[in-house]
Design a binder for this molecule. Structure first.
Ligand code: ADP
Ligand code: MG
Length: 468
C-alpha cells in the first residue's frame, strides 16, 4: 500500500508542471471549469423549470376558460385562438373530438389522459405528428361519469426544445474559461514575484557578501514573513562569521608574541652553540604563555562545538572549597559556604570557572579574596570578590570578550591568554546560568548564578566559613 501511495505521488509529481504558477493556474482553472459546469447545469434546470411553469400557467388559464365554456353552453366547433396557446380540443367521455382549434382540426385527441374528479387538472406532454413536443394541460369539465375533457397546449418554444438552452449556457461560459487561466496566472505571478526577487538575491549572497539582505515585500503575508525570517537568519550568520573571523585574527595575533619569543630564544641558542645551559634554553623556548593560549583555544573550541556537558549533581560549595584549597595561600582566600549547594552540570567545567575567577582575583587583590556560595530563589550563587583596583564600569562587559586583557593585568602577569573569562562565561551559559561583574564597595566582584538542582539532602554539614 505504501509503495502504491509512493508510486501515485511520484506519478502526480511527474504529471504536474514544476512551476508553482503553472500548477496553481492548472488546478484553479480545473476548479473553475467544474464550478462553471455545475452552475451551468443547475442554471439550465432552473431556467427550464421557471419557463415551463410560466407556460403551463398560461395553458391552464386557457384550458380552464374553455372548460367553463363547455360547462355553461355549447362551445363553437372551431375554437378561436387568441393567445399563444393554440392547440385546444374538447373531447367527450368516449374520446370523440367535439370541438378543436384550427391547428388541430381533424386530428385525434392530443392525449389519452382523463383527469379524475379529485385531480381534475393535469399537466402532461405529447408528441405532435411532426415530432415536436407539446406542453399540455387536461381539464375535466364536470364531476359526472360522462364528463367531457378540455386539452389545451402549445408547442415547446424553440429555446427550450432540444439542447439549445445548454448550448447557449456553454457559449456564455467560453469567454470565462478562456480568460480565467490568464487572470489566475497573472494573479499567481504577481503573488510569487517577490519569491523570484528573493531567490535572485539569495544567489548573490556568499561568504563575501553576507551584508546583503533579501527584499521584503510590503504587508505581513507569508512571503513577507519568510523574507524577514531569512534576513534575521542572514544577520545571525553574518554575526557568527564576523565573530569567527575576528577570533581567527585575534588568535593569530596573540600567538605571534609567544612565537616571536620562541624564535628569539632559538636564534640566540643557534648563534652561540654550547654557550648556555641547554635545559634552560628548552624551558625558555617552550614558554608557558604559548601553552596557556593553545590550551585555552582548545577549550573554547570544544565549548563552541556545543557538546552538552555530561550532567552530574555537583555540590558547588564543596567543589569551590576544593579548588580554593588547591590555590596558593597568598593572598588568602576566605570561603563562606552553605551546608550544600546542588547544581547540575560538569564538575570539570565548573571547577575551571572557579579556578579562573580565583586566579584572577588573587592576581589583582591587595590583601585578600572572598569566595561565597549561597542558595537563593531556586538559584545557586557563587561570588568571588577581591580588594584590588576593581574593573571600571565601561570595561565590565569587555573583559568577557576573547583576548581582552586590561593594562593592569598585562603589567601584573604578562603570560595570561585573555581567554579565561570568555571560557567561564561560555561554561556558565552552557549551564543555563550567568556570569557577570557586579558592583562592590572595593575591588572587583564576579558573580556566577546557576539554576539550583533538586538533589539529595546534604551529605555532611560543612563548616560555614574558613580561610584557605
Ligand atoms: N579580579 C579582577 N580584577 C581586575 N581585573 C580583572 C579581574 N579579573 C579579570 N580582570 C580583567 O579581565 C581580563 C580578562 O581576564 P581573563 O579572561 O581571565 O584573562 P587573563 O586572566 O588571561 O588575563 C584580565 O586580563 C583583567 O584585565
Ligand atoms: Mg584569567
Amino acid at each position: 500500500m505504501i509503495v502504491g501511495l509512493l508510486r501515485s505521488r511520484v506519478t502526480a509529481t511527474c504529471v504536474l508542471p514544476q512551476s508553482i504558477q503553472a500548477r496553481c493556474t492548472l488546478m484553479v482553472s480545473a476548479a473553475v471549469l467544474v464550478c462553471l459546469a455545475l452552475t451551468g447545469v443547475c442554471l439550465t434546470m432552473a431556467i427550464r423549470q421557471v419557463a415551463e411553469a410560466a407556460l403551463y400557467d398560461d395553458i391552464e388559464a386557457v384550458a380552464a376558460r374553455w372548460a367553463a365554456e363547455a360547462r355553461e353552453g355549447r362551445p363553437p366547433r372551431t375554437i378561436p385562438v387568441t393567445a399563444r396557446v393554440d392547440h385546444i380540443q374538447i373531447v367527450d367521455a368516449q374520446g370523440l373530438v367535439l370541438a378543436a382549434s384550427r391547428t388541430v382540426v381533424g386530428l385525434p385527441p392530443l392525449t389519452g389522459l382523463r383527469p379524475t374528479v379529485r385531480d381534475r387538472v393535469r399537466e402532461t406532454t405529447a408528441r405532435r405528428p411532426d415530432g415536436r413536443l407539446l406542453l399540455l394541460t387536461a381539464v375535466r369539465v364536470s364531476p359526472g361519469a360522462g364528463s367531457r375533457y378540455v386539452y389545451a397546449g402549445l408547442a415547446e418554444p424553440p429555446v427550450l426544445a432540444g439542447h439549445r438552452l445548454e448550448l447557449v449556457m456553454a457559449a456564455l461560459a467560453v469567454p470565462i474559461l478562456l480568460l480565467a487561466p490568464r487572470a489566475i496566472a497573472s494573479v499567481v505571478g504577481c503573488t510569487l514575484h517577490p519569491v523570484e526577487a528573493i531567490r535572485a538575491r539569495m544567489r548573490e549572497i556568499g561568504g563575501r557578501t553576507l551584508n546583503l539582505r533579501v527584499p521584503v515585500p510590503p504587508g505581513d503575508d507569508e512571503i513577507a514573513r519568510l523574507a524577514r525570517a531569512v534576513n534575521e537568519m542572514l544577520s545571525r550568520v553574518e554575526r557568527a562569521v564576523t565573530q569567527q573571523r575576528r577570533f581567527a585574527y585575534d588568535a593569530a595575533h596573540e600567538l605571534r608574541g609567544p612565537i616571536a619569543g620562541l624564535r628569539a630564544v632559538l636564534e640566540d641558542a643557534l648563534a652561540e652553540p654550547g654557550a648556555g645551559d641547554p635545559a634552560l634554553t628548552y624551558r625558555r623556548a617552550l614558554s608557558s604563555e604559548l601553552e596557556a593560549i593553545v590550551d585555552d583555544l582548545l577549550v573554547l573550541a570544544q565549548l563552541r562545538k556545543g557538546d552538552p556537558a555530561p550532567p552530574e549533581q555537583v555540590d558547588l560549595g564543596a567543589l569551590a572549597s576544593q579548588v580554593a584549597a588547591a590555590r596558593p595561600s597568598r593572598p588568602p582566600i576566605r570561603v563562606g559556604l552553605p551546608p550544600c549547594a546542588w547544581v547540575r552540570g560538569s564538575r570539570v567545567q565548573l571547577a575551571r570557572v572557579v579556578e579562573n575567577l580565583l586566579a584572577n582575583a588573587q592576581r589583582h587583590a591587595r590583601s585578600r579574596v572572598e569566595l561565597v556560595v549561597a542558595n537563593a530563589d531556586g538559584h545557586t550563587m557563587l561570588s568571588v570578590t577581591d580588594d584590588g583596583v576593581g574593573i571600571a564600569p565601561q570595561d565590565r562587559e569587555r573583559v568577557f570578550e576573547r583576548f581582552t586583557r586590561l593594562p593592569d593585568a598585562r603589567r601584573r602577569d604578562p603570560s595570561g591568554s585573555g581567554l579565561g573569562l570568555a571560557i567561564s562565561r561560555e561554561i556558565a551559559e552552557a549551564h543555563r546560568g550567568t556570569l557577570r561583574v557586579e558592583d562592590s564597595p572595593v575591588g572587583a566582584r564576579f558573580v556566577l548564578r546557576l539554576p539550583g538542582a533538586v538533589a539529595s539532602p546534604c551529605r555532611n554539614a560543612r563548616r560555614r566559613s574558613e580561610a584557605c
